[in-house]
Ligand binder design. Sequence first.
Ligand code: MLT
Length: 310
Amino acid sequence: MRVLVADPLDEAGLERLRQGGVELDVRTGLPRATLLSRIGEYEAVIVRSETRIDAEVVEAGRRLAVIGRAGVGVDNIDVEAATRRGIVVVNAPEANTISAAEHTLAMMLAVARRIPWAHHALAQERRWERRRFVGVQLAGKTLGLVGLGRIGSEVARRARAFGMHVLAYDPYVVPERAAETGVELVELEDLLGRSDFISIHCPLTARTRHLIDAERLRRVRPGAYLVNCARGGIVDEAALAEALREGRLAGAALDVFAEEPPGDNPLLGLPNVVVTPHLGASTQEAQSAAALAVAEEVLRVLAGDVPRHA
Ligand code: MLT
């Protein structure tokens, strides 16, 4: 069995695959044309978020039995096209949860306490400007979570420890389950109008693309902050940039972009926006857990067994 690892994968996963007796081919950053011409040689391919496995790649993967995603979101894989061809898509839905939740809190604190700008002024410009960088506390504020799955729930737990009141909008969660984590389940419009901080934690699907659009941004409480460590496409970036420029939002903290790397994105130049390059899952712990989990899943499918997460 030949397995192509098309994006960087932690050594723990590579080692597990080798132990599993497959022939491993680690070729990251392959040009699309090369991927298309070579994918037909493999029974499995493993990616993170850089490589797109679209319908054309699926079609070219004549021997593919399984596509592995070392992470949560499968929005870079055409799952429908794969399913039509009987190819199993597996991921590692639990591995990144804590790292993504911690990054969300880090981003929320960074934008609330103006840490990147204060750091830049002092470290780069040697300016000691204490009055310029007065921020806001999290305690006593309302956090609105758009999505109360694994990551959203962990963010809720941590936010409550900071003394925040937590609301969530999630059409797939019942109020009783939300209440178990001390979260008040509300409708999206209600959440937008009541939250001081809004944080996105849903997957990117056809239904959630531009879920936070110009119209919804107009309903956001004036002076609120938006945090997005989920997927860029869930928020309409042009509308967000306008809301930030007009001062309707106090700031935004963004780890993800509609296009990555974001290139000439207007959000990057704004003085009230903190950005990181999709680092939510970039911890040693999450990377090795995701690599190991996806390796196990791929080996399971190649052995003819049922995967744990498909
Ligand atoms: C995920 O979906 O697992 C995260 O966004 C991290 C990643 O894409 O690597």
